[in-house]
Design a protein around this ligand. Structure first.
Ligand code: 5MM
Length: 330
């Protein structure tokens, strides 16, 4: 599948989003620990089989982001996950970053590694059936943070990754995550979002990344988890205001991360963002690429038990349906 076909499939799928199921070894362990499931290759495989074989998922999901290990996994009956997804019309994608490392010794800030040897790895992922890729960079808000050094490094790395993906025929999802940790206000989150997105698009342009052939996966503009929450309407207006200042009109699609928000919060906010964008007729399709908020209820029901698969799949489908409704501004 060419990059143009991939972007057309993802960006034109109204009412659909992308399921982020690319938890690295450490992250999936944390999620499994929370529900008392031991972390082994087999439990990771069985969990992802439960997710991907959910009947009807394709009504709400056009792509799934996989972790490297999962890209090679099969169902218990021996069908590759990539084939399971493709048979449903869902495109398989792959997380290609290799996680976070301290920006400098003793620094509170973290940058993302994975550029070394990236072109060769991308070639391999294409052969395994991946059609798009994802790289996550994080920005912590604090006193004097994020630093300009971090913003520069993360923006440059996101651009280098995106260019490498396009050279390899993969659609890049560029994920600059402004973290919700801390007590910062909505206004402060908006300032940081503006600064980060400006730097990221400047770097993408200077690397000559083809903007109509990429997807942005940002945070919503929300106050810190330790601050007083604001209304979805405020989140909608603040997020769209930031995008008007920073996003090029040729960007086809924005797929938000959930970032630790509850399912109710994140869907109310996604709906309000779409309503705010409709008022001013913004050009981008604004949908979801949630990880935690789509999976949390399903994982809590599954708990590693084959007997619970049907109930967990029902919950995943319901979560995906709610996110889909929100992506339509309802
Ligand atoms: C599913 O989690 C993804 C991988 O994270 P790690 O590399 O830390 O294991 C993560 O990038 C995810 O795609 C985004 O953060 C969006 O997920 P949420 O849960 O924030 O919607």
């Amino acid at each position: 599948m060419s990059s143009s076909e991939t972007i057309a499939t993802l960006a034109n799928a109204k009412g659909k989003g992308i399921l982020a199921a690319d938890e690295s070894f450490g992250s999936i362990k944390k999620r499994f620990d929370n529900v008392g499931v031991p972390t082994t290759e087999e439990t990771r495989r069985a969990y992802r089989e439960m997710l991907f074989t959910t009947e009807g998922l394709e009504a709400y999901v056009s792509g799934v982001i996989l972790f490297e290990e999962t890209l090679g996994h099969k169902t218990a009956k021996g069908q590759p996950f990539v084939e399971v997804l493709r048979n449903k019309g869902i495109l398989p994608g792959i997380k290609v970053d290799q996680g976070l490392v301290p920006l400098a010794e003793g620094s509170l800030e973290q940058t993302t590694k994975g550029l070394d040897g990236l072109p060769a790895r991308l070639e391999g992922y294409v052969k395994q059936g991946a059609t798009f890729a994802k790289w996550r960079a994080v920005f912590l808000i604090g006193e004097g943070l994020p630093s300009s050094a971090l913003i520069d490094v993360n923006a440059a790395n996101l651009a280098a990754y995106a260019k490498a993906c396009q050279n390899a025929g993969l659609v890049p999802i560029v994920e600059p995550e402004v973290l919700m940790e801390g007590p910062h206000s909505l206004e402060r989150a908006a300032e940081v979002q503006d600064e980060v997105l400006k730097a990221v698009f400047a770097a993408l342009k200077s690397r000559r990344v083809d903007l109509p052939q990429m997807i942005l996966k940002p945070s919503m503009v929300v106050p810190g988890a330790k601050a007083t929450p604001v209304s979805p309407r405020d989140v909608g207006e603040a997020t769209v205001a930031s995008f008007r200042k920073t996003l090029p009109s040729e960007l086809p699609m924005v797929a938000f991360l959930s970032g630790g928000q509850t399912e109710d919060q994140v869907n109310a906010n996604l709906s309000a963002i779409n309503q705010a964008a409709a008022l001013t007729e913004e050009p981008w399709r604004l949908t979801f690429s949630f990880g935690r908020s789509l999976q949390k209820t399903a994982l809590g029901l599954w708990k590693g038990e084959t007997a619970h698969v049907a109930a967990a799949q029902k919950a995943l489908l319901a979560s995906a349906a709610r996110a889909s409704t929100a992506s339509l501004g309802r």
